[in-house]
Design a protein around this ligand. Structure first.
Ligand code: HEM
Length: 350
């Protein structure tokens, strides 16, 4: 996955470098760039060589989500979704487009795999390969609908969450210049100005501390929902079957009883000796969830974030713009409501 991370980060940073090249600095809202970056990464990782086509499919999925939210926000009338309204027709057209494009891609991949061509090692190849094996062994496998659902899950679970982590990391490093310098020192010490590799990224201890502290203060997913299928005793609580339980990640991460009086402060040093020391081995840090449904993309996200931050710090120093208004708000994830206006300076300029 590292080449995908590197390629996408380079594409974004090339744009930033162009913007700062005349004056040595520029002001920009980094949020849309970071959203684009993580979208690019997930498209490359899921669709590999068919990256451009994959990106178009993800755009269609995004459009569908916007239309779905629009439908949810209107008055519910039973049977309405079957009427040929403009929104319903648009939804259908997009669904058909996604299905046809994926069907074409899958067919091409199946043909290539059966002809013994080398795997792209992307999500689509893994799905198609395992499907071929299932079909051969049990004569049953995934339908196009199943593949669409898997692609949707990866896209929505893996894209916005990571851009949220990156945007709050930039905001906090801009707000705490000492930590920004410390982090850059480490990056330059470990990686110099060369291309980050897996070994180098794994040695970035301060960057990891920063990312954990950002995930604690601004967890991209603020709460988890769970249904209780059958009655269960949980400590002193008796939860009846059918109950809906919410795990308030944001509140747990900000709880003074669990984290101390400085729970609301940005103190990356609390993670200096890892997560278990910081949490005294209790389940109090759960940005990626916990238990059997824990995020399967957590290592992917951490490596992607390390690559992006290392490459940004190798090239720029940055501060918050006076036009930045701090307003985290939760809309599926914990986003910056008014964007993240940052003044970027080319490293070496004042
Ligand atoms: C900072 C980034 C990320 C955060 C904070 C995050 C957080 C989470 C959380 C809280 C869950 C729910 C766990 C639960 O229900 O207990 C989850 C599930 C999941 N995540 Fe992530 N995630 C991130 C990045 C990613 C990435 C990059 C991918 C894919 C490449 C990914 C794929 C998934 C999938 C497939 C699930 C569903 C797992 C299941 O239901 O078994 N996530 N994630």
């Amino acid at each position: 996955m590292l080449p995908a991370f590197y390629q996408s980060c380079s594409d974004m940073l090339r744009k930033w470098e162009k913007m700062v090249c005349t004056e040595g600095y520029c002001e920009l809202d980094v949020w849309p760039y970071l959203v684009d970056l993580t979208r690019d990464v997930i498209s490359r990782s899921a669709f590999g060589s068919s990256f451009k086509e994959g990106k178009r499919i993800f755009q269609l999925l995004e459009d569908q989500l916007v239309l779905t939210i629009k439908l949810i926000q209107t008055v519910y009338i039973p049977g309405w979704r079957f009427l040929p309204t403009k929104t319903n027709r648009e939804m259908k057209m997009k669904h058909r487009d996604i299905k046809e494009s994926l069907r074409e891609m899958i067919k091409r991949r199946e043909k290539a795999i059966k002809a013994g061509e080398e795997s792209n090692e992307d999500l689509l190849d893994i799905l198609v390969e395992s499907n071929i094996r299932e079909m051969e062994a049990k004569n049953m496998g995934m339908s196009i609908e199943d593949v669409i659902e898997e692609c949707k899950l990866f896209y929505f679970a893996g894209q916005e969450t990571t851009s949220v982590l990156l945007v709050w990391t930039m905001v906090l490093l801009a707000r705490y210049p000492d930590w920004q310098s410390k982090t850059r020192e480490e990056v330059l010490h470990v990686l110099g100005d060369s291309k980050p590799d897996a070994d180098g990224l794994n040695r970035l201890k301060v960057v990891t501390m920063i990312l954990y502290e950002v995930l604690r203060l601004y967890p991209p997913v603020v709460e988890l929902g769970r249904s209780v299928p059958k009655e269960i005793k949980l400590g002193n609580l008796l939860l009846p079957a059918g109950a809906e339980v919410s795990v308030p990640i944001l509140q747990i991460h900000h709880d003074k009883d669990l984290w101390g009086d400085d729970a609301r402060e940005f103190k990356p040093e609390r993670f200096a000796e890892g997560v278990s020391k910081a949490t005294k081995s209790q389940v109090t840090f759960l940005p990626f969830g916990w238990g059997p449904r824990i995020c399967i993309g957590q290592n992917f996200a951490m490596m992607e974030a390390k690559m992006a931050m290392a490459m940004i710090l190798q090239r720029f120093w940055f501060e918050l713009s006076p036009s930045y208004a701090h307003s985290p708000y939760s809309r599926a994830t914990l986003r910056p409501q008014h964007g993240a206006q940052i003044v970027l300076h080319k490293l070496g300029s004042n």
